[in-house]
Structure formats: C-alpha cells, structure tokens
Write a protein of this length. Structure first.
Length: 705
C-alpha cells in the first residue's frame, strides 16, 4: 500500500495547493484503487463501476482507466466475459488514446489470455505492451509485459527466449525498485526456470521462496495466492509433502476466502495429491481424479470457446479502430503533403518555418514545431530550425553520443517518442543526468518545469533508407493532445521531407566545400596570407569603396633582407618558418578592417591599407620594426644586421578615384622606393605620397640615403 499512499498524499497536497476539490469520479477511482491494492476485489470493482458512471466528458480518460481496472479485476476473479466487456469499452476508443492507457490495456489483455491459455495471443499483446511501455519508460508495463510474454513463450516450447524475458523483467524490477512487482517477477522466474532447466531445483526454489517473502504482506492478492499454490505444487513434485502439510491450513483459508474458481480448482488438486501420498480413500481419490479430469477438459474447452470468441471480438474492434485511424490519416493527407512540398521547395528552410508552423497548427495542436538536422559523421544534432509563435528557439547543437535527451534518443533508437503527459518521472528515463537538460530545446525543459511546460509531444526520426537525417518535433502545452492518427501523420510527414533534408544537407556541404575551395584559391598555403591570384579581386574592391567613401589607400611592399642566404645557409625548413613568422607579424600589425596582406612572390610581401592616415601607417611600420626585432631570428649571412630585418617601400594615396590605374601607379612607386631602400643598404623603409618626393625612415634609427 506504500505506493498508493504516496500517490494519495501527493494528490491531496496538490489539491490543497491549488484549492481544488476532487470530483466524485476521482474519489471513486481512488477508493477503487485502495481496495484493489488491499485485495478486496469485489469492493474495488464497485468503486470503479461508480467511477465509470460519474465520469463527465472532461474525465473520459479517467473512465477508460477505470474500465481497464475492472477488466483486470474480473480477469483475476475468472469472469472472462465481464473482463472483456470492460476491455472492449477501451478498445472502442483506442484511436483516441495516447500510449499510456494503450500500454495498460495490452498488459491486461496479455494477462487475460494467459489465464485462458491462449499463449500465442499472450505473446502478441505482451509484445505490444513491451514496445509501448519501453517508449513511455513505463517500468510497470514493461515488467508485466515481459513476464507474461516470457511465461507464454515457455509454454509454447521456446523456453530459452522465455527465460531471457523473465530475467530481464527481474532486472528491471530490481533496478527501478518496483517492490510491488519484485515478488511477482521472482514467481514467474521460478515457473519459467522449472520448464527451461528442470535440473535447477535449488534456483527454482530460491525464486519461489523469494516471491513468498516479498508478497507476504499481500496474502489476499491473486498473484500472492497463485505463487503459494505453485510453490506447494513444486514441493509436492520434489517429494516434500510434509512442508505442504505445514502450510496447508493457512493456504486453504486464504484461497477459499479469496473466491476464485480457478484457484479453488488448483487447491483441490493439491489436496488430492497430498491424500494420495498418504494412501487414503483410494477409490474416492480415483473418483475425484476422474471428476477433476472431466472438469479440466470442460475448463479447457470453455477456455477455447471463450478465447476464440474474445479474439474474434478483439480483432473486429482492432480492425474498426485501424480503419478509423486510416480515415483520419487520409482526411489530412493533402495538408501533410502541402507541408512537405513547402519544406521541400524552400531554398532556405529558415525562411519558410513560420508558414510551416501555421500549417502544422491546422493538423496538430502546436505550441512548438521543429526540424533537427543530424550529421552522422560528427554525431551532432542541430536544433536551429525550432520555432514557436514567439519566434525561433535559441540555436543549439547536441552531441548524440554524449548527451541523452529526447532528440538523441530518437536518433540513437530510430523510434518515435509519443508522450501525452510529460512528467519528471518520464523524463528520467530519457536523461542520464540533470545537466543534460541544459542541452535541450524542448519547451518543458527550457521553462525549468514552469507553468508553461510542455505536456504533449511527438518526435520522430527523418530517415532516407537506412540513413538518419534528423528529427521532427511537435509539442503542446496541454495534456493528451496527440492520438494515434496524429502519430501516423507525423511519421508520414517525416518520410515526405526526407529527400528535402538530404538535398539541404548536400547543399550545405557544397557551400562548405565551395568556401574551402575559395579559401584555397585565394590563400597562400604556407603563410595563410592572400595570394597573388586574389590581388585583382581585392584591388577592385578597395578602389571602389575607397573612391566612394573618400578614404586614403597605402600600398606597401616588403622584402626580407638577404632571405636567399638565410634559406640556403639554414635550410628550407628554417627558411619557411622564418617566412611564416614574419608573415604572422605583419598580419597582426596590419590587422585593421581595411588592411589586406598578401604573399606577392617568394619572400616579397604586399600590404594594402585602406582608411588609415599617413601618421597611422607610420606608427604601424614602427611597430612592425619592434615586433620583427623581438622575433630574434638570427641571420648569419645578413650584411645589414645579425638578425632578420625588412626593407619596405610604400606609397600613400590621400584620395583615389574609381580607377585601378592610380593604384597601379602607387604600386610602381612603392616598388621603386623598395629598391631605393635596398640600394641604400636595406633594413629601412621609404614612404611617400603618390607623385611626391619620398619620406624616408630606417629601422635602425638612421636616415636611409
């Protein structure tokens, strides 16, 4: 009862906090749940029936849950037709259900058909329960689905897979501390192990005893009594009748008091087995054997008749619901196709996302819609195209091999996430650590569990063949917004835009490759300066903008003094390193927005400076002197210094017309000044205005003449 009491307390606290009075339907449901946990099934059924009658339109989902509980109760009591009646109420509305009640329905159907020995049908419904429960991170549904399916597989002869499933259920129950189901999983492990490995007697008994121990507080529970009867039968088969006799009085009292025909039948069989071992009333026992054999044959035949009828009815309802979903999907296909075409024909996906959001909102209740792009080579999921009515969400990228959130879960598993009640418990199944919440764009997390948190969401992978291209996401603030046809439509939309996302990725890759090629075509591979080929493009741009903005332009030619000797004496590697060091220094010195630095050829470098006054250019040249000296590159063969030095010629144009001829003239004058510096001993610079006499300075402090 601890789990129920916790839930009841939480509901009471929430009702008090928000000054909310529980409706009569909710009160009846809670009363039924309390009696169900206490094992008083008849009283529980009365409360759940009251709940179904009280549920208003807004509480329809609660009424369906009550029908599921009634189906489970009548199944335990052996009234299979009543059980099916209530399950059918849910099946008739399955197209309107989100995954949570569907998982509960399939769990209980698998349990019902297990009692009818319809093992193929148990496997069918059990696997559906496992799939949906895994998506929902519903540990209860997963555990029950696994043990029902595992036991059914064992009865069908596939004991290996059956044992794997019940072991998996036990691990899940232990991992998630599902105390209420630990005993049940041990009981099923014992049953399957006895069929899979009959020689493992001690291990089988361990599971039975563990189940008895864990379910000791639930002696009026069907599963607890079922386990006690199976344990007693196990003891008898292993010649331990005395132990069965020791537990007989309590067992007889509990089973008779429970009121299940099926459990009573099994109790009588154990009693007969005990009497036979004591050789009492042989003829009576033989008669009882014949009577029970006939009852068992009739029971088997009845199970078959009931099972066949129920399966036909379930199949009809499932076909009807499938047709209903197909009709809902068909009615919205044109709208989905229109959205797909809008995305597919967009040159820029971001430019159409507002229109896409509007059209998505006509089909799906929508607060937020998004397209995430996945790069398998880097395992990065890019959320740049997530949008709400308030605009785009902040662009983030998630590393899917390191961060686990809803998006990376969809990428890594290839499964659709369909949630209609996003809670902290559900989220814990998708996240390894709370820090990951900072790496998700989902509204639920972004609001930090605030009043506007997401409650319903659909996420599905976008795939082209076996290639995962990204995800689609739609979210709503309200609960229970997405039904089965919404999911199918959303998955259809994902398939429609797969080619569009593939083309978008290829387009982006082409743009990246073009940018890389453009960089290579205009950049010197050694120094990473602009190359001579790019000079024409820059000159045209500089001349045009300088003329229109009336800005000055300075052309500067730079040589490394005696570079050939440096290169020959110290080797090409040292020469390359020196050239790179000088190039980086010049690039830092002339690093303003209007500065362009080129490797013009060999050790000759070119600077075009736009927008800098003559005094500013001088300061930069003086700064260049200091930083080149600080490099401290020893030059054994230099005839002007013991370190690497530069010779510089420059032409300053206070204004320049939109004519490259003036630039060419400035370049020629800068080249002449460079050669004058070389003729006068190098290690200096000479700068002058276009057409004027030179203004000369030297790096070592003397005037170059």
């Amino acid at each position: 009862m601890d789990g129920f009491q916790f839930v009841e307390t939480r509901i009471g606290e929430m009702a008090a906090r928000y000054d909310y009075s529980l409706s009569p339907a909710i009160v009846a449901f809670m009363d039924g749940l309390r009696d169900d946990r206490a094992g008083t099934l008849s009283r529980a059924a009365e409360h759940f029936l009251i709940c179904t009658r009280l549920c208003t339109g807004e509480e329809k989902r609660l009424g369906l849950h009550a029908h599921i509980m009634l189906g489970a109760i009548y199944g335990e009591l052996g009234d299979n037709f009543k059980a099916y009646h209530h399950f059918s109420q849910v099946l008739e509305h399955s197209s309107e259900l989100d995954p949570a009640p569907l998982a509960s329905l399939y769990v209980n159907l698998s349990h019902l058909f297990l009692g009818l020995r319809r093992y193929e049908d148990v496997v069918r419904f059990g696997r559906q329960a496992i799939t949906i429960s895994t998506e929902l991170q519903s540990h209860y549904g997963l555990v029950i689905g696994l043990i029902n399916t595992g036991l059914a597989l064992a009865h069908l002869g596939n004991t290996e897979e059956g044992y794997i499933m019940v072991k998996r259920a036990l691990t899940a129950a232990e991992t998630h501390q599902l105390d209420r189901f630990l005993g049940l999983t041990h009981s099923y492990n014992a049953m399957v192990l006895a069929m899979h490995r009959p020689d493992q007697i001690h291990q089988t008994e361990f599971h039975y005893q563990k189940a008895v121990e864990l379910m000791a507080s639930m002696t009026s529970n069907y599963d607890s009594l079922d386990n006690l009867l199976r344990y007693a039968d196990f003891l008898l088969k292993n010649n331990r009748a005395s132990e069965v006799k020791d537990m007989w009085d309590d067992l007889n009292r509990l089973v008779v008091g429970f009121g299940s025909v099926e459990l009573d039948h099994r109790l009588i069989k154990i009693e007969i087995a005990l009497l036979r071992r004591e050789n009492q009333s042989r003829l009576l026992l033989e008669a009882l054997d014949r009577y029970l054999a006939s009852l068992e044959c009739e029971y088997d035949a009845s199970c078959k008749r009931e099972g066949d009828l129920l399966i036909r009815q379930v199949s009809k309802l499932e076909e009807y619901q499938a047709d209903l979903i197909s009709m809902q999907v068909h009615n919205n296909l044109d709208a989905i196709t229109e959205i797909g075409q809008l995305i597919s024909t967009a040159d820029n996906l971001g430019s159409v996302m507002t229109k896409v959001l509007d059209k998505v909102g006509l089909i799906f209740p929508t607060h937020e819609f998004g397209i995430g792009l996945y790069d398998a080579s880097t395992q990065e999921l890019d959320y740049r195209y997530f949008i709400t009515r308030d605009g785009f969400m902040p662009a983030i990228t998630v590393q899917c091999d390191k961060v686990v959130n809803f998006g990376s879960y969809v990428i890594n598993t290839g499964q659709t996430v369909h949630l209609s009640n996003v809670s902290a418990e559900v989220m814990q199944g998708y996240y390894r650590k709370f820090a990951d919440l900072q790496q998700s764009p989902f509204h639920y997390e972004a609001k930090n569990f605030g009043p506007q948190e997401t409650q319903s969401m659909l996420l599905t992978p976008v795939r082209l063949g076996n290639e995962v291209l990204g995800i689609l996401s739609v979210q709503a603030i309200e609960q229970d917004q997405y039904q089965q046809h919404h999911r199918q439509l959303f998955e259809r939309l994902a398939s429609l835009i797969a080619i569009a996302l593939k083309n978008l990725r290829q387009k982006e890759e082409l743009q990246k490759n073009y940018a890389r090629l453009e960089h290579v075509s205009r950049t010197d591979p050694l120094t990473q300066l602009f190359n001579r080929h790019h000079l024409k493009t820059v000159v045209r741009q500089v001349v045009n903008t300088a003329a229109s903005d009336q800005q000055p332009v300075t052309v500067i030619l730079i040589d490394i003094d005696y570079y050939k000797g440096y290169n020959d004496h110290l080797g090409h590697y040292a020469g390359d390193q020196a050239l790179v060091a000088v190039a980086n220094t010049i690039k830092v010195t002339f690093g303003d927005e209007g500065d362009y630095v080129f490797r013009y050829g060999g050790d000759e470098l070119l600077v075009i400076s736009k927008g800098s006054k003559l005094t500013h250019v001088r300061r930069k040249l003086k700064s260049l002197k200091s930083t080149i000296k600080a490099l401290n590159l020893v030059h054994p063969l230099s005839q002007c210094s013991d370190r690497v030095t530069l010779s510089v010629g420059a032409t300053y144009c206070s204004e320049i017309h939109n004519d490259t001829a003036l630039f060419n003239q400035a370049f020629e004058e800068a080249d002449q000044r460079l050669y004058q510096v070389k003729d006068q001993g190098r290690n200096g610079f000479m700068i002058g205005s276009l057409g004027d006499a030179p203004i000369v300075r030297a790096f070592d402090g003397h005037v170059a003449v």
